[in-house]
Design a protein around this ligand. Sequence first.
Ligand code: PMP
Length: 355
Amino acid sequence: MSPSVLAKTLARGFTSRAVDGFVGSVGNTPLVRLAKWSEKTGCNIVAKAEFQNPGGSVKDRAALGVIEDAERKGLIKPGGTIVEGTAGNTGIGLAHVCRAKGYRCVIFMPNTQSAEKIDLLRMLGAEVHPVPAVAYDNPANYNHQARDFAKATENAVWTDQFDNTANALAHFRTTGPEIWEQTGGAVDAFVCATGTGGTLAGTGRFLKEKSQGRTQVWLADPPGSVLHSYIESGGALKDRSGSSITEGIGQGRITNNLGTFVDQLDGSLHIADEKSIEMIYDLLDTEGFYLGASSALNVVAAVELAQKLGPGHTVATILCDGAYRYQSRLFSKAWLKAKNLESAIPSHLKKYAVL
Ligand code: PMP
């Protein structure tokens, strides 16, 4: 085809359904009905396939949201630097968006993180600074180092994923409306876990507003997080006790992204690791989805909420990312044994633990 014919073909709308590069590929994920759990509960258990985002997780939306917010506010100019303290999906999302938009990406993370995570960020062009793993109240904590680095660098922005509400706003503008549209407005409840709180508060606030309060919004919380006890006790932030194998979720404080929305939540479900790990294997076996632990925890919570509401309801949740970033743990017999989780996996599902 000659160049002029190609140009005419494109002009006629040949690519009219094409999205614009990496940035245009973020969001608009399918809403998936999970057949077995829908049938078991008599409800529609539906989940946003966020692992289909181009950077592989729900955090691509937040990463794009905080960078475009900084651009809109004139906080960053072409060729500038994006700085964040993160060990996980946010850093990966930021690194991708920085490549797509031509920014330098600088990531601070605790030096306890796996070599795979550091390598991946570096392959995506990010500059990684592993720093000593010290508590938040220590000025050497990775979050404070990220903030200080941005302050000392010209044309740089610390995206501050926990307290920068452009994160929740990205979900208010995209995830919430997509779920509303994909369910035809018939969404009785939304439930998910929280790291920064962006997904839960942004999506939840939109659904509550749009449904004029008809959509219930619930938190799903792993062990080691204080939020469940905060909601159950009506506002007391108790000390963390316990820990969880679920990565990227659980929180010790009310972040700005969760903000006052925490008091609008309809309830909270505490999900034990045994249930999350069993659901990882179950979703692989029955649906063919290879998902991380936070996705599985969310599905356990959606099923429990459906059982509370009774048959006939639609309950939505989030499939945050795939298992690929965690497979050396989640599918390793030795790791499951070390975590005392071997017995949580029914015998007919044990065949998937091949590592
Ligand atoms: N699941 C995974 C795997 C994550 O990385 C995160 C983000 N830390 C979450 C869930 C929670 O998302 P949010 O930060 O929007 O609360």
